[in-house]
Write a protein of this length. Structure first.
Length: 391
């Protein structure tokens, strides 16, 4: 009996010793982990890139201060929130799929758009690797580098190449059209004499000459697409530019029953601009508005409406173009000026269609924004600095 008790005591002492050693080992491991994390935190806080850690549910459990510089959120505002809340919807599925592959110990990299605190999209290149978080569960540690400028430069390069090709084709067509126009002009005096002899042809002749004049204006607009034309900056009356572009759409407005309103301030000063490029930007925006209201029109009782206003605000010129079409989604407002954006369900514009006016206006030192109009459709706001001749 005595030997059994001694054996039991020895086993208990052995178990106690092992437990104590295991406790010390775990404590040492915890202290080492804390020291490692402290060094890691010190390292990542000095980085320009965003470094963050996700738990197995995709929630942010750690993020460095760089996130505030890039997105406007403090780290405390992000802790405990899902990463998917901040990724732009079209990129969410791809991001989730790639993150799920990281959890099975497969490092991944991808490019995604996140929304900053003001709702503006920001491009990031994100790399993720599997880690064990403090709870012992699996997680993902990511490094996100902002690449918005890089993506825009890529888009500009592609756009420039396509515009160069399109411009050359447009100029060729415009020149061919002008040759036909000149040939028609040679016969117009003879036709005019015929109309004088047969008055019943008068209305037809009037419509023909009006249509011919519109075609001539359209040919000029097509020719303005030529990127090789070295247009000089000059003093431009933007109100006149708006009127010039409206004239090109007059027959379309009449044919489709679209109501238009022009409210142009007489206080708009002349400003230095590339006249043809500005008119082309206005042309694209007005064409977008026409297509939008045409897609919604169902009857003469519910006509399409397009309104353009101009006003001066201190040293800025504000031009607003609104319509009563189907309007823009939140995603449209964020991305409609991206070169590679095509609206879900098929929008009125082709890929990159509204990147062109955005780029032209940016070249003038201005901004182009998209939003909702009071009529429920789209509202495009152009803001340009006043640049006086000789200034």
């Amino acid at each position: 009996m005595s030997s059994d008790r001694e054996s039991l005591f020895e086993r208990l002492e052995s178990c106690e010793t092992r437990l104590h050693m295991e406790s010390m080992r775990r404590q040492a491991a915890q202290e080492a982990w804390e020291i490692s994390e402290a060094r890691y935190q010190s390292l990542i806080e000095g980085m320009e890139d965003i470094v963050f850690t996700l738990d197995s549910q995709g929630e942010i459990i750690q993020v460095n201060q760089a996130v505030e510089r890039a997105l406007g959120y403090s780290p405390d505002e992000l802790i405990g929130r899902r990463l998917s809340e901040f990724i732009l919807e079209p990129d969410q599925e791809r991001a989730v799929n790639q993150l799920s592959r990281v959890f099975v110990h497969s490092p991944q990299a991808g490019e995604y758009r996140a929304l900053d605190k003001n709702g503006a999209p920001v491009w990031f290149r994100v790399t993720g690797s599997p880690v064990h978080v403090m709870t012992g569960a699996g997680g993902v540690r990511c490094i996100a580098s902002e690449i918005t400028r890089e993506r825009m430069q890529q888009q500009e390069l592609v756009w420039s190449r396509q515009m160069a090709s399109a411009g050359q084709q447009a100029v060729f067509l415009a020149r061919e059209f002008c040759l036909v126009w000149r040939e028609a002009q040679d016969h117009m005096s003879s036709l005019d004499n015929m109309v004088k002899e047969e008055p019943e042809l008068g209305p037809f002749w009037t419509r023909f000459t009006e249509a011919a004049a519109r075609l001539k204006d359209a040919a000029k607009m097509i020719a303005s697409l030529d990127p090789a034309v070295n247009e000089m900056l000059r003093a431009v009356n933007l109100n006149q530019s708006i009127v010039n572009v409206f004239r090109l759409f007059r027959s379309r407005f009449d044919r489709k029953g679209i109501r238009t309103t022009l409210s142009l301030s007489t206080q708009i000063p002349f400003t230095m601009a590339w006249s043809k490029r500005m008119e082309h930007a206005l042309f694209v925006l007005l064409n977008h508005a026409c297509a939008a209201v045409e897609s919604k029109m169902r009857s003469p009782e519910a006509p399409g409406e397009i309104s353009v206003t101009s006003r001066r605000k201190k040293d800025r010129i504000i031009i607003e173009l609104s319509d009563n079409g189907p309007g823009l989604s939140r995603e449209d407002c964020h991305r409609i000026f991206d070169f590679n954006y095509l609206r879900p369900g098929g929008g009125a514009e082709e890929v990159g269609g509204l990147h062109m006016p955005w780029s032209i206006i940016a070249d003038h030192g201005g901004s182009l924004k998209a939003g909702a109009s009071p009529e429920g459709g789209a509202l495009f706001t152009i803001e340009l600095p006043v640049r006086r001749p000789g200034a």
